[in-house]
Ligand binder design. Structure first.
Ligand code: NAD
Ligand code: IPM
Ligand code: MN
Length: 351
C-alpha cells in the first residue's frame, strides 16, 4: 500500500551525521512520489554500550523484524573494541536476517574525480557481490598458550555449499541484467580448503550460465586489475573478506568512500534488508559536520528501489548527480568546503 516502516539506526560517528541527511532526502522523495515512510529511530551505538553494556537490547533482532527496511549509519568508535561493537550489532543483524548478499555498486559520478587519472565514467562501473553471512567472518577459533613463547590463535573460516552456491548464483543472475560478465575473487594458491571449494562451485554454476562470460582471478591480481584495467570488470563476486576489501578499493577508484552505497539484501524477502554506506564512522572527521552524505543518500535510494519505489530511487540518484555535476556544493573530500548539511540540503532541494 506504499506505506513503509523503516528502522533507522544512525549508530556512531559520521553515521549519525550522514543518516540525518539521507532521512531528509528520502522524506522529500516520499512527498514528491506520493508514498509514506514511517520512521522509527534506534539509538543503538557505542554510546549506548558505554551506558548499558550492550550495543542493542537482547530482543533487538525481534524489534527490527517487523520493519520493511533498515537504514544503518555506521557502527564502531574508539573506546569500544571493534570486534565487540560490530559483533554486537551490525554482523548479528546481517546474519539473523539472512542478508547473505552485500551488494556494492560503484560508478564514477559526474563532477567527481577518480583516484585513477584519465579514467572516464563509462570505464568505471562495477558491482561487488559480497558474500555477507559466513566465510572468513567467524567466531570459531581461539587463543592458546597465552603469554607463553608458543602463543598462537586460530581463526576459522566457514564456507557452506548452500552459502557459496547462492551468492555465486546471485552474481550470475545479476550479470544477465548487466554486461554479462562475472569475475570471481579467489586465492586458491594460498588457501588449501576454502578457496578450492569456492572455485569448484563457481565452475559448476558457471556451466549453468553458458551465456555469461566467467573468469576467476586471484584476489591480489584482481586488486591490481581494478586499478589498472577497471573497464575489464563488471560483476565481481567474492567471499566476505575479499568482498569487503575490494569494495573499499572499488570505492576509491570511483571517487572515494564518501560516494559508495551498499545493500545487505535478503533475496527471498522473508526478512528486512538493510542499507548503509560502505564506509564506517570516520572518527577522524566525526563531529565536524564535513562528512560526505552521498554514500548514505545513495544507500537510501537502494532501499527505495528494494521497497518497490524505483522512480523515486532514480530521482534521488539523478538529484545527487545534478548537485555533484554542478559542483557548487561539495564537501572537503570532493575538494570543496561545504558541510554535510549543505550537501544534503542541495540534494533535497534538487528533488
Ligand atoms: P572509515 O570508512 O570510517 O574511514 C576511512 C577514511 O575514510 C577516514 O579517513 C574517513 O575520514 C574517510 N571517510 C569515510 N567516510 C567518509 C565520508 N562519508 N566523507 C568523507 N570522508 C569519509 O574506516 P575506519 O576508519 O577503518 O573505521 C572507523 C570505524 O568504523 C571502525 O570502528 C570500523 O570498525 C567502523 N566501520 C563500520 C562500518 C559499518 O558500520 N558499516 C563500516 C566500516 C567501518
Ligand atoms: C563493511 C565494514 C564491516 C565489514 C566491518 C565494520 C565489520 O567494513 O560493512 O564493509 O567488514 O563487513
Ligand atoms: Mn568494509
Amino acid at each position: 500500500d506504499r506505506s513503509y516502516r523503516i528502522a533507522s539506526i544512525p549508530g556512531d560517528g559520521i553515521g549519525t551525521e550522514v543518516t540525518a541527511e539521507a532521512t531528509n532526502v528520502l522524506g522529500r522523495a516520499a512527498e514528491v512520489y506520493g508514498f509514506d515512510l514511517r520512521w522509527s529511530e534506534f539509538d543503538w551505538s557505542c554510546e549506548r554500550y558505554a551506558e548499558t553494556g550492550r550495543m542493542m537490547p537482547e530482543d533487538g533482532i525481534d524489534q527490527l523484524a517487523v520493519f520493511d527496511g533498515i537504514l544503518l549509519g555506521a557502527v564502531g568508535f574508539p573506546g569500544v573494541p571493534d570486534h565487540v561493537s560490530l559483533w554486537g550489532l551490525l554482523l548479528p543483524v546481517r546474519r539473523a536476517f539472512a542478508q547473505y548478499v552485500n551488494l556494492r555498486p560503484v560508478r564514477l559520478l559526474p563532477g567527481t574525480a577518480s583516484a585513477l587519472a584519465g579514467r572516464s565514467a563509462d570505464e568505471l562501473e562495477m558491482v561487488i557481490v559480497r558474500e555477507n553471512s559466513e566465510g572468513e567472518y567467524s567466531e570459531l577459533g581461539g587463543r592458546h598458550n597465552r603469554g607463553q613463547p608458543g602463543e598462537f590463535v586460530l581463526q576459522e573460516s566457514v564456507f557452506t555449499r548452500v552459502g557459496v552456491e547462492r551468492i555465486i548464483r546471485y552474481a550470475f543472475d545479476l550479470a544477465r541484467t548487466r554486461t554479462g560478465r562475472v569475475c570471481s575473487a579467489t586465492k586458491s594458491n594460498g588457501l588449501v580448503h576454502s578457496m578450492p571449494f569456492w572455485d569448484e562451485i563457481f565452475a559448476e554454476i558457471a556451466a549453468e550460465y553458458p551465456d555469461i562470460h566467467s573468469e576467476q582471478m586471484h584476489v591480489d591480481a584482481l586488486a591490481a586489475r581494478m586499478v589498472q584495467q577497471p573497464d575489464r570488470l563488471d560483476v565481481v563476486v567474492g567471499s566476505n573478506l575479499f568482498g569487503d576489501i575490494l569494495s573499499d578499493l572499488a570505492a576509491a577508484v570511483t571517487g572515494g568512500l564518501g560516494m559508495a552505497p551498499s545493500g545487505n539484501i535478503n533475496p527471498p524477502g522473508q526478512h528486512p534488508s538493510m542499507f548503509e554506506a560502505v564506509h564506517g564512522s570516520a572518527p577522524d572527521i566525526a563531529g565536524k559536520g564535513i562528512a560526505n552524505p552521498v554514500a548514505q543518500v545513495l544507500a537510501g535510494a537502494m532501499m527505495l528501489e528494494h521497497l518497490g519505489e524505483p522512480e523515486a530511487a532514480r530521482a534521488v540518484r539523478c538529484a545527487v548527480e545534478k548537485v555533484l555535476a554542478d559542483g557548487a556544493v561539495a564537501t572537503p573530500d570532493l575538494g570543496g568546503s561545504s558541510t554535510t548539511a549543505d550537501l544534503g540540503a542541495a540534494v533535497t532541494a534538487e528533488l
